[in-house]
Design a protein around this ligand. Structure first.
Ligand code: 5GP
Length: 190
């Protein structure tokens, strides 16, 4: 890896349907590169799942708090997803990139499109499931969402998979290790 690649800060957008395994993939990446990679912590109006903590997985804000910050232009992007609001607070991102970090945004399709318009230099990666059937069983197996939520998430997933060609790169998350290697290659060698 060249020295210039090591010291370059950049913004990376990672999008893919709920249940595709983005979280696991990105956590593995963070374990490998704890000093280089920073995850942006999003804000959401959805309730925390068991084990999630305010300020770690998300900032869990009320609707009113979210809307107040959105109206004050404090989000780089924001979107409604499955009945809740999600957004990327701007604060900290510019500074982290200037310091040479690779900043990762794990966001859904509408947010990725907003970033493409406002920051066209950001690299956009799509994580795709091997098939919609595999995606549905992963969503059901993780037991974190109600049936109604799963249906909403699968509907959104179809729209997202159909938009994969808008992204710079698509990685199919079939085998986690293979997907991880492909992601490393895109981040550090492309
Ligand atoms: P979950 O509720 O499963 O944590 O996330 C639902 C969806 O919201 C996922 O596709 C996730 O990538 C997306 N998401 C998380 N944070 C943000 C954000 O800050 N902005 C946008 N646009 N989507 C987000």
């Amino acid at each position: 890896m060249s020295e210039s690649k090591l010291s370059e800060g950049k913004l990376i957008v990672v999008t893919g349907p709920s249940g595709v395994g983005k979280g696991t993939l990105l956590r593995r990446l963070l374990e490998l590169y704890p000093d280089r990679i920073l995850f942006s912590i999003s804000a959401t109006t959805r309730s925390p799942r068991i084990g999630e903590e305010h300020g770690r997985e998300y900032f869990f804000w009320s609707h009113a708090e979210f809307e107040q910050k959105r109206d004050a232009n404090e989000f780089l992007e924001w979107a409604e997803y499955a009945g809740n609001l999600y957004g990327t607070p701007r604060q900290a991102i510019d500074q982290a990139i200037a310091l040479g970090h690779i900043v990762l945004l794990e966001i859904e399709l509408e947010g990725a499109r907003q970033v493409a318009r406002s920051l066209p230099d950001a690299q956009r990666i799509f994580i795709a499931p091997p098939s919609m059937q595999v995606l549905e069983s992963r969503l059901r197996d993780r037991c974190t969402d109600s049936d109604k939520q799963i249906i909403k998430r699968l509907h959104h997933a179809e729209l997202e998979v159909a938009a994969a060609n808008e992204f710079d790169v698509t990685i199919i998350n079939d085998d986690l290790e293979v997907a991880l290697q492909q992601l490393e290659k895109v981040l550090f060698h492309d």
